[in-house]
Design a binder for this molecule. Sequence first.
Ligand code: ATR
Length: 277
Amino acid sequence: MTRRCFVIGHPIAHSRSPLIHGAWIAEHGLIGSYERIDVAPAALADFVARVREGEFAGGNVTVPHKEAVLPLLDRVSETARTMGAVNTLWLEDGVLCGDNTDAAGFLGHLDATVPGWEKRTVTALLLGAGGAARAVAYALKQRGLARIVLANRSAERAGRLADLLGAPVEAGAWERRDALVAEADLIVNTTSLGMKGQPPLALDLSRLRPGAIVDDIVYVPLRTALLEEAGRRGATTVDGLGMLLHQAMPGFARWFGVTPQVTSVLRELIVADILKH
Ligand code: ATR
């Protein structure tokens, strides 16, 4: 039987998930499909009902449905509940389950790129306080970092996220971000700044600590101005594409019962697609 999987969003044409899952389906010789499906907000509940009835093995959920889908599910992981957002659905004996794999994806890529990074990381500086920041801060807290400082343009939003996650997550002032660089062993850009078509992230790296790690979750372009500058200053740099690839793994494993790998071949496939557009 063909296992059908999906990614739903509105719009959805831009999603690279079909490329990733399609490559894994082919690599493992599976009989299955992974389709992009445009679902308007008003049609979300009907679509979820179709999934519960077994039309699909499961799938991914993206903007604008990540929050709205949560109350429509039968079982939601603790991670997704804390984040208030779901990106992966699957059926388990007729029970419709949801999880958020962004935090695991972030950690999976960081672990693979900089093994042992926690040992050299006391303080992390996160730029941003949106959905991506929530996943990254949650992930870093899980790994037991001593101090996680959020600097966001909207201070109120940073304060709310720090309150939600609790210590060691704290809010710092956006205006103090350059000074905070000097205190950070790990810096993560979770804002949309630096993305193609967006202004660059204005961050002065002149006080970067020796041995610091700079991670940008933006992956178009692959090497953002932030990563270029950090690299020039001798920092270890981590790009955003790996997080996209790693967050896809748990869903695929649930739907097909095979744990896929993030390989350089897969990475090159997505890089080629990014360069094409
Ligand atoms: P996501 O879910 O991808 O994290 P989001 O919730 O829209 O997306 O968050 C975007 C992040 O980029 C926010 O932290 C946002 O800051 P605000 O909370 O102050 O809006 C940040 N961001 C976007 N444009 C920005 C800009 N021009 N200057 C500073 N921060 C910006």
